[in-house]
Design a protein around this ligand. Sequence first.
Ligand SMILES: Nc1nc2c(ncn2[C@@H]2O[C@H](COP(=O)(O)OP(=O)(O)OP(=O)(O)O)[C@@H](O)[C@H]2O)c(=O)[nH]1
Length: 263
Amino acid sequence: MTQEMKTNSAGTESSQRTSSKLFLQQRCARNPHPEVSRAAASDLVLFGGLHSSLLGTLSWPWPATNPLAHWTILVGDSGVGKTSLLVQFDQGKFIPGSFSATVGIGFTNKVVAVDGVKVKLQIWDTAGQERFRSVTHAYYRDAQALLLLYDITSKMSFDNIRAWLTEIHEYAQKDVVIMLLGNKADVSSERMVRTEDGASLAREYGVPFMETSAKTGMNVELAFLAIARELKQRAVQPPDEPRFQIHDYIEAQQKRSGCCAFI
Ligand SMILES: Nc1nc2c(ncn2[C@@H]2O[C@H](COP(=O)(O)OP(=O)(O)OP(=O)(O)O)[C@@H](O)[C@H]2O)c(=O)[nH]1
């Protein structure tokens, strides 16, 4: 995947992937918290360090963040497949090639239909590298959902999940929807993390879990649709109706497709 892919427009009608430079500027203006300002400032510097050829290909005018969209953030170690998962969901494709880490943060707007109702997701793709961590923290607070990824071929990325969850609990809202995803399930020959271990960790933290493949598309749509459904239900559900159960939904969908969910 090229650097350009990681940082620039994916360019479909219903979605746009962009640098969050403008957003960060807005955020600095309305949030005087020094940590956020520092994070934003450092991100701007990092974006400023990008090749001008890349900046030239960014879409213009810059799309504004959508206040009606549900904020969903992809987090996890560098290289686990966050960008690839988002590209697969947004464009239905996997771009193989050499790995190029995300710089800063970017978002894609995506509209999905849940029971005939349009649900807007603003999906933020964060950089997994440690040096961008303070930037990511600044976004947790506004997140309604977090997709937390590890790579099933990397034991370290799995071992780091506890640290990610600690961070999430520290910085995110208490009622944020969290889903644990074991990505790269297509690479079974190099598997280092058993499916049961992912499921068991998810159970321990009370979050839904499934294995995905950004390459084959396995469970990618299901992961985002389950999130969209949960967020939609939270937004519009009448108090007398039974609460939507994301665990049950995923299990039912998996049974229907004959695949494998571990919740
Ligand atoms: N086989 C396989 N490879 C994958 C999958 N997902 C991602 N990859 C590859 O793994 C590498 C890293 O993927 P990225 O999507 O860039 O990872 P990331 O989590 O966004 O990384 P950062 O931007 O550094 O946080 C790339 O070479 C991808 O092609 C997958 O499901 N299967």
